[in-house]
Design a protein around this ligand. Structure first.
Ligand code: NI
Length: 400
C-alpha cells in the first residue's frame, strides 16, 4: 500500500513544491489570508474536492473526501505568515514588504494540499472520511479557536497536524505523547508612580525602580514557587518608560509572556504574577495594574492512542529510525491545542534540518525557510495516518 501511495505522492512533488514557493511569495497575516485562501480553494477544486469557505472570520477552508458515514479523521494546516522582513535571499522570497512565512506555514499548507490531492487520486484506499482544515491566524490570534467553535471537528474521531521543526533532521518525525507544548499567556503590567525631576527622587515615586524590582521578583515564580521538576517560563520581553535621562516618569510599562504545562499550573502562575506585581509596587508606594490576555493558548496535550497511530504510520513508511522521540515538552505554544481540547489527536514535529546542518535558523527568524525535502515526508505521514485510522477501525463519529 505505502509503495503505491508513495508513488502517487512522488509524482505530485514538483507541483506541491511549486505551490509552496507560490505561497511563500504571498505571505498574509492573521485573518487577512485572502490570496492564500483563494489559491488553496482553487487547488482543491482542481484536485476534485469540494470545499466550504468563510470559516474563522472568512479565510478558513474545510474540504472533505471519502465515505464520511464510516467515520471521519481530520487533518489541519495553518495558513498565516508573520510581520517579519525576509532575509533568505531565495528567488521565491516574499514579495510583500514586512511580511514573511517565517514559521513554515507555507509548507504545512502545501503538505495538506498534497495529502488532499494524493488521497483524491487514491480514494480506493479510504474506508472512511477525511476532513481537511485550512485555518487562518495561528500566530497570536488563535484562528484555531474559531474553527473549533464553528464545528470544524464536530463528528471527527481524531485530528492530526504537524509543524516544521528546526533541530530535527529532515526525514524524521518528532513524536511525543502527553503534553507536547506549553500554554502561552501574554501580559502587560502598568506601574503608576509619580514623576518629577531626576535630581529630586524623594519628591517622586520612581516607577522605573519599581519596575526593575517587579522584573526581578517575577523570576521567583518559577525558581521559588513552583516545584523544581516542573517546567514554566516567565519572560519580560518589553520595557518602556521615560523620555529623558534626567526625568523620573509617571509610568513604566512591562510586557511579557508566561508559559505552563497544565491548566492548574497556568492558573497558579497567573495568580502569582498578579500578586507579585501588585504587592511589589505597593511596597514602594506605587501601583501596578496587571492585564492578562484573554487569547492565551492552552497547553497542547497529545492523545496516547493517536500518538501510537502516528508512530505506527511513520515507522511503517520510513523505518523505526525516522520516529524521533521528543523527550520534553516545547515551551512554545500552538492554537492546535484548542482542537485537542475538543477531540483526541496528535501534533507532530516534522524534521526540517538538512542532513549536515549545524546551525539552522530558528522559527520566526528572517532567515528561516521550510525545507522542500520535508514535503514528501509530511504528505506521506499525514496521508498514511488517515488511511490507517480507518483501517484500524478507530473511527468514532456521531454517525457510528
Ligand atoms: Ni508556526
Amino acid at each position: 500500500m505505502s509503495t503505491t501511495l508513495r508513488e502517487t505522492i512522488t509524482a505530485l512533488l514538483p507541483e506541491i513544491a511549486a505551490l509552496r514557493h507560490e505561497l511563500h511569495q504571498h505571505p498574509e497575516i492573521r485573518f487577512e489570508e485572502r490570496w492564500t485562501s483563494d489559491r488553496i480553494a482553487r487547488f482543491l477544486e482542481d484536485a476534485g474536492l469540494s470545499c466550504t469557505r468563510g470559516w474563522a472570520r472568512g479565510t478558513g477552508i474545510v474540504a472533505e473526501i471519502g465515505p464520511m458515514e464510516n467515520g471521519v479523521v481530520a487533518l489541519r494546516a495553518d495558513m498565516d505568515a508573520l510581520e517579519i522582513q525576509e532575509e533568505t535571499g531565495h528567488p521565491y522570497a516574499s514579495r510583500i514588504p514586512g511580511r514573511m512565512h517565517a514559521c513554515g506555514h507555507d509548507g504545512h499548507t502545501a503538505i495538506l494540499c498534497g495529502v488532499a490531492k494524493a488521497l483524491a487520486l487514491r480514494a480506493e484506499l479510504l474506508r472512511g472520511g477525511v476532513r481537511f482544515l485550512f485555518q487562518p491566524a495561528e500566530e497570536i490570534a488563535g484562528g484555531g479557536k474559531d474553527m473549533v467553535a464553528e464545528g470544524a471537528v464536530d463528528g471527527v474521531g481524531a485530528v492530526f497536524a504537524l509543524h516544521a521543526w528546526p533541530g530535527i533532521p529532515v526525514g524524521n518525525v518528532g513524536i511525543r505523547a502527553g503534553c507536547a507544548m506549553a500554554s502561552a499567556e501574554f501580559f502587560r503590567i502598568e506601574v503608576a508612580g509619580k514623576g518629577g525631576h531626576g535630581a529630586t527622587p524623594a519628591s517622586c515615586i520612581d516607577p522605573v525602580v519599581v519596575a526593575a524590582h517587579i522584573i526581578t521578583a517575577l523570576q521567583t515564580i518559577v525558581s521559588r514557587e513552583r516545584p523544581p521538576w516542573e517546567a514554566g517560563v516567565v519572560t519580560i520581553g518589553r520595557v518602556d518608560a521615560g523620555s529623558a535621562s534626567n526625568i523620573i516618569p509617571d509610568r513604566a510599562i512591562l510586557e511579557g509572556t508566561l508559559r505552563a504545562l497544565d491548566a492548574a499550573q497556568r492558573a497558579e502562575m497567573v495568580a502569582a504574577l498578579r500578586r507579585i506585581a501588585a504587592c511589589t509596587a505597593e511596597a514602594f508606594r506605587a501601583r501596578a495594574e496587571v492585564f492578562v490576555s484573554e487569547t492565551g493558548y492552552p497547553p497542547l496535550h497529545n492523545n496516547p492512542a493517536c500518538v501510537a497511530l502516528a508512530h505506527e504510520a511513520v515507522t511503517a513508511a520510513f523505518g523505526p529510525e525516522a520516529a524521533h522521540a521528543v523527550d520534553h515538552p516545547h515551551m512554545t505554544a500552538e492554537d492546535f491545542a484548542y482542537y485537542l481540547e475538543k477531540t483526541p489527536g496528535a501534533f507532530l514535529f516534522l524534521g526540517n534540518d538538512p542532513p549536515d546542518a549545524t546551525d539552522t535558523p530558528p522559527l520566526h527568524s528572517p532567515r528561516f525557510d521550510f525545507n522542500d525535502a520535508a514535503l514528501a515526508v509530511g504528505i506521506e505521514t499525514l496521508a498514511s495516518i488517515a488511511v490507517r485510522f480507518h483501517e484500524q477501525g478507530r473511527a468514532r463519529t456521531t454517525a457510528s
